[in-house]
Design a protein around this ligand. Structure first.
Ligand SMILES: Cc1cc2nc3c(=O)[nH]c(=O)nc-3n(C[C@H](O)[C@H](O)[C@H](O)COP(=O)(O)OP(=O)(O)OC[C@H]3O[C@@H](n4cnc5c(N)ncnc54)[C@H](O)[C@@H]3O)c2cc1C
Length: 446
């Protein structure tokens, strides 16, 4: 048990509210500040952005006994359902024995987390904007406007869980030797909706993550509890097939009729939603260090915002909490060591999942429709089932294991080099599961 301290968390998002629960369980007084209203008072418009939760996220929830409660609002997805024009629906299973990722409504999850944190004794201060932090003594500066009057809120420690455009990080950026980079993709995204059938059932298979891969752009859909699906259209901002090119009803309807004909019947409000919903940007943000002495630490998107193509932003943020908590248990009141070890251990993993996420756009948007790639996946699965000690496919290592992301990236690159060679074997299509191929992989691994 640590000596009880007064700790502030800036941000009541998914990472901030779960971190608050961990800190409270460790015996601290915990105050959470958020500039937005209490998420439990905001009316959702009937649909909500959803997220895929996988092993790392579940571990962080299970360790404080919240997993089962959250599982009740989660829908397992054990496969991708690939929609290709003129071809039957193809299913690609993610892992083995029904291993699944889980679709969760971000809003519902966040509401639950705040309620659970409050039940633990965490105090929330909503509609309180934090404009600055004095790093040396962990003092927050809150106020109505940036140029108005601010009040000082003094703490023993401050955690910045205030997302990709963090104000806490903003202050740290002004320190010498603070590295920072931010890169926007030329691809943006827009949310669309597949409503439920009249009887509340889903219009598509509800245990799949649906993908319409079209190379430079793609549509995906994740199931919601109310029978609807939240769709996300990822597409370049400019160019031939781009958001810019879809400027009126006619161009939009033609585009969907050409590239996504199977959605015509299931997205009834396409035109209204498309022109009403914002087109959002996607950013990768990296920085270092993540802590200031033993006073201030960044966590979640505030120190590693990534593009969403591996579905791991929140999972990685939850894993930050798992690692931080392990260090709190090991090091007691030695917060200097806790913060140092935390950033040293997490930074390479955050960089690795950023890279993997960036690369995964290509896998989702084009390779899922490529016969050679599918054969390669089949060979990997077959070999891995025969030699689980020798081969864990990259997706499984990232999603269904707790192995470090940096290890997944490095081993994934080795595996790719091996598979590139295997795919060169003459007649691989016929002999993909032959002793010859098995032996060759073993040789290359050695
Ligand atoms: C399209 C899309 C799909 C995604 N899909 C997945 C997925 O499938 N799986 C997955 O794991 N991740 C996914 N992510 C990533 C995930 O959404 C983020 O990693 C996660 O929400 C980060 O949580 P956070 O608590 O760190 O930050 P945020 O959720 O951004 O929360 C930050 C909080 O801080 C508050 N705040 C900000 N500034 C201030 C301030 N100055 N004062 C007070 N409060 C402040 C905000 O109001 C907010 O409540 C996706 C992201 C996108 C964009």
């Amino acid at each position: 048990m640590q000596t009880p301290l007064k700790i502030a968390v800036v941000g009541s998002g998914l990472v901030g509210s779960l971190l608050a629960i961990y800190l409270k369980r460790a015996g601290h007084t915990v105050h959470v500040y958020d500039r937005s209203p209490d998420i439990r008072t905001i009316k959702f418009s009937g649909r909500s952005i959803n997220l895929a939760m996988s092993h790392r996220g579940w571990r962080a929830l299970d360790e404080v006994g919240l997993g089962d409660e959250i599982r009740q609002i989660a829908i397992p997805m054990d496969k991708r359902a690939i929609h290709i024009v003129g071809e039957p629906l193809a299913f690609q299973y993610y892992g083995k024995d029904g291993e699944s990722i889980y679709s969760l409504s971000r809003g519902l999850l966040n509401r639950k987390m705040v309620t659970l944190a409050e039940a633990e004794g965490v105090e929330f201060f909503f509609e309180t904007k934090i404009w600055d932090v004095t790093l040396a003594d962990a003092t927050l500066h809150a106020g109505e406007t940036e140029r108005g009057e601010w009040s000082e809120l003094k703490y023993d420690k401050v955690f910045g869980a205030d997302g990709a455009f963090s104000r806490v990080r903003h202050r740290m950026q002004r320190q010498s030797m603070f590295n920072y980079s931010q890169e926007f993709l030329n691809t943006g995204y827009k949310e669309l909706n597949i409503p439920a059938n009249e009887d509340g059932t889903h219009k598509l298979d509800k245990n799949s993550l649906h993908i319409w891969p079209r190379n430079d752009f793609m549509l995906i859909a994740l199931p919601n509890l109310d029978g609807s699906f939240t769709c996300t259209l990822f597409m370049p901002f400019e160019g031939e097939n781009s958001f810019e090119a879809l400027k009126d009803k006619e161009s939009l309807e033609n585009f969907f009729a050409t590239y996504f004909p199977s959605t015509i019947d299931v997205i009834p409000d396409l035109v209204a939603d498309f022109f009403k919903n914002p087109t959002s940007t996607l950013v990768t943000m990296k920085c270092y260090p993540w802590t200031y002495n033993d006073k201030v630490a960044l966590i979640g998107d505030a120190c590693h915002a990534i593009v969403p193509f591996y579905g791991h932003g929140m999972n990685a943020g939850f894993e930050d909490i798992t690692i931080l908590n392990q260090l709190m248990e090991q090091c007691g009141d030695d917060w200097d060591t806790i913060f140092k070890e935390y950033e040293i251990s997490r930074k390479p993993n955050a960089d690795a999942i950023a890279e993997l996420s960036y690369r995964n756009f290509m896998e989702m948007s084009s390779k899922t429709a490529d016969a050679k790639f599918l054969l390669q996946k089949k060979i990997e699965k077959w070999f891995s089932a025969k030699h689980p000690d020798k081969w864990l496919p990259l997706y499984s290592r990232v999603t269904f294991s707790y192995r470090p992301y940096s290890e997944a990236l490095a081993i994934g690159d080795q595996q790719k080099a091996i598979m590139d060679e295997i795919m060169q074997i003459d007649g691989i299509e016929e002999k993909w599961n032959s002793p010859q191929v098995e032996q060759k992989i073993i040789e290359l691994l050695d």
